[in-house]
Every structure is written in structure tokens, then in C-alpha cells.
Design a protein around this ligand. Structure first.
Ligand SMILES: C[C@@](CO)(OP(=O)(O)O)[C@H](O)COP(=O)(O)OP(=O)(O)OC[C@H]1O[C@@H](n2ccc(N)nc2=O)[C@H](O)[C@@H]1O
Ligand SMILES: Nc1ncnc2c1ncn2[C@@H]1O[C@H](COP(=O)(O)OP(=O)(O)O)[C@@H](O)[C@H]1O
Length: 300
């Protein structure tokens, strides 16, 4: 095999409940992930060493040194296999960078699947999931896709059945937000308010909405504990969320740690119209219609 291509989806969090800060610097979560049809592509080609090149939207914002998550994933896989391997990785980016849609995690998951194939390792998904969890809290979900609840840091996953396809619009914002900074802002605001942080719990009404495919109920139960922190760091996002609601979005939330705004539409036509209205009115510079759930990292 001289070249392998993998396609990996972005995610939105339909519930993100954040528990107290742990001693290791992470937070216990109830993180309901939903994979959506905005895809990065990772191509792996035979090579002596592990390198990365990034093309497509947002490519200028992605590091190409050893800090690139796809390089770290390939290195971790080679280490797991106990041998020195090489791969030239080419990432075609469509997922916003530092946007709260797990773009870096998607590329790491893509590199794991691509290199597993390129190097003929034949490792089962369970092994890849374990390596993925060490790379980042969101990487296991990027491998798995669909809709799933993540507990612990978000890396312990349980698949959730959904009763249909949901249609979304995503409005990436100019500039990104650091995930660590958004969690830190969330902690700061909580400390300031003096309210005791409760243990995160799965929202049963949200589960029912996902299971029955009830888009109206889903819209009314979307929640994100990081949203207040993200809006504090990026107050301009409030106007974007409001504009979406005014244009008939059934729900409008910041995606994960942001700053991408996510809008739930009634159907595919409404999603297209909503995306058009958001850009035509200047509420968003770009707006992309997408659907979910979709599969995780797959060979194409
Ligand atoms: C917020 C979420 C929601 O899915 O994703 P994004 O919206 O950024 O994509 C995730 O929790 C992000 O996951 P990921 O981006 O993989 O984060 P990691 O690399 O594991 O951690 C980056 C930093 O985020 C904070 N962090 C992350 C996960 C977690 N459960 N608690 C945390 O406090 C920590 O400060 C950590 O050092
Ligand atoms: N392959 C990659 N794609 C995107 N970002 C990457 C990648 N590798 C490392 N990064 C870095 O990770 C940070 C988080 O990016 P990303 O995963 O896109 O955001 P988020 O955690 O908000 O979903 C960025 O600031 C970027 O510099």
C-alpha cells in the first residue's frame, strides 16, 4: 500500500456538562458528541520519516512541526507497534481551527486509521481508541463518530442511537479560542459566583429527543456549560447566536469551547436558507450547512 486516504468528521456537543476541576487539571464531563458532515481528509504516503503538510481552508493556522496532532498520533502509533515507521501526511482541512469542532482531534484520528492501514498493522479499533485517549479527550470520539456520550475527560464513550438525521448550520468565527483558556474562564466565573459545582448528569429529555429524532425537542434541550465562558471571552458571539434564533433556528449554541456557533435547523432546506440569511445579513462571515450523525474516521 503506497497511499491511504481517510475522511474524518467535525463534531458539535449537544450537551456539554462540566463537573468540578480535577486534580489532574481536567474536568469530569457529560459530553454528548454528535459527528457532523464537515470533513477533514488525511492522506498518508510511504516515507522514511513522519512529516505533515496542510492544505485547504484554515491551513495557515495549523502547525506543521511536531506539535501537529496528526504527527503526534502517527508517532504514538509507531511507538505502540514497537518499530520505526515513516509517513508523509497531507491534511486537507475543512474543519475550523481552534473552533470547538475538534479539528485537531479529527486529524489525529485520521492519522491513526491511515497509518494503521499504510503500515499494515491491522490493529483493532479498541487499540486505536486507547492510543486516541492519550492524545486528547476528543480524539476517541473522532474515531468513533455517530452520536455518543463521553464521560471522564470525554474519552470514555458510549454510543447513542438516534432516530433520524439532524440538520445544522455552523458559523465559524474569525480567530480561535484556546480550549484550556475557556475551561479556565469557566472555573474563574464559577469561583466568582460562589455556586457549588454539581456532578454532571445526562439530560433524559435530550436523550429522548435524539432517540426519537424530534428536532424541536432537541433544539430546546441543547446545552453547553462552556458557553458563558466562551461568550465572556468573545462577547461578539452573542449577536451571531441571536441572529440565528431570529432566523428561525430551533436552537443556537456555541460549539464546545467555541468560537464556532451552531444552529439547529428544521430540515435541509431550512439549513440552506438559514446559512444564506446569516451571511446575507452580515451576522456571520461564512455559514456552512451540515447534517449529523455521520460515521467517524473511515478509509475512502
Ligand atoms: C471542549 C471540548 C468539548 O468536546 O472540545 P472542543 O470544543 O475544544 O473541541 C473538549 O472537552 C476538549 O477536548 P480536547 O480538545 O481533546 O482537549 P484536551 O487536549 O484533552 O485538553 C486540552 C485542555 O482542555 C482542558 N480540559 C479538557 C478536557 C476536559 N475534560 N477537561 C478540561 O479541563 C484542560 O485544560 C486541558 O489541558
Ligand atoms: N492537525 C491539526 N489541526 C488543527 N489544529 C491543530 C492540529 N494540530 C495541532 N493543532 C493545534 O491545536 C489547537 C486546537 O485546534 P482544534 O482541534 O482545531 O480546536 P478545538 O480544540 O477548539 O476543536 C490549535 O490552536 C492548533 O494550533
Amino acid at each position: 500500500m503506497s497511499s491511504v486516504t481517510v475522511r474524518v468528521p467535525a463534531k458539535v456537543n449537544v450537551q456539554l456538562s462540566v463537573g468540578p476541576l480535577r486534580e489532574d487539571g481536567y474536568h469530569d464531563l457529560v459530553n454528548v458528541f454528535h459527528a457532523v458532515s464537515i470533513f477533514d481528509e488525511v492522506v498518508a504516503k510511504e516515507s522514511e520519516s513522519i512529516t505533515v503538510q496542510v492544505t485547504g481552508d484554515w491551513s495557515d493556522q495549523v502547525p506543521t512541526d511536531g506539535s501537529n496532532l496528526a504527527i503526534r498520533a502517527a508517532q504514538a502509533l509507531a511507538k505502540h507497534a514497537g518499530r520505526t515507521y515513516g509517513a508523509d501526511l497531507v491534511i486537507k482541512k475543512a474543519i475550523p481551527v481552534a473552533g470547538g469542532m475538534a479539528g485537531g482531534s479529527a486529524d489525529a484520528a485520521g492519522a491513526l486509521v491511515a497509518c494503521n492501514e499504510l503500515w499494515g498493522l491491522g490493529l483493532p479499533l479498541e487499540d486505536l481508541m486507547e492510543i486516541a485517549g492519550d492524545l486528547g479527550s476528543d480524539v476517541p470520539f473522532s474515531l468513533m463518530g455517530g452520536t455518543a456520550v463521553g464521560t471522564g475527560r470525554g474519552e470514555q464513550l458510549c454510543e447513542l442511537p438516534t432516530g433520524g438525521t439532524f440538520h445544522w448550520v455552523f458559523a465559524p468565527a474569525d480567530g480561535g479560542l484556546s480550549t484550556a483558556n475557556v475551561y479556565a474562564e469557566c472555573d474563574r466565573l464559577r469561583e466568582e459566583s460562589g455556586v457549588e459545582v454539581s456532578w454532571p448528569k445526562l439530560n433524559d429529555s435530550l436523550m429522548e429527543a435524539l432517540g426519537t429524532g424530534d428536532v424541536y425537542a432537541l433544539g430546546s434541550h441543547l446545552s453547553n456549560d462552556l458557553q458563558v465562558a466562551a461568550l465572556n471571552l468573545r462577547p461578539d458571539l452573542a449577536a451571531t447566536l441571536d441572529a440565528g434564533r431570529q432566523h428561525g433556528a430551533l436552537g443556537a449554541i456555541v460549539s464546545g469551547s467555541g468560537p464556532t456557533c451552531a444552529f439547529l435547523a428544521i430540515d435541509a432546506t431550512h439549513a440552506r436558507d438559514l446559512a444564506g440569511s446569516l451571511t446575507a445579513t452580515g451576522a456571520a462571515r461564512t455559514a456552512v450547512a451540515a447534517h449529523g450523525p455521520v460515521q467517524g474516521a473511515i478509509l475512502v
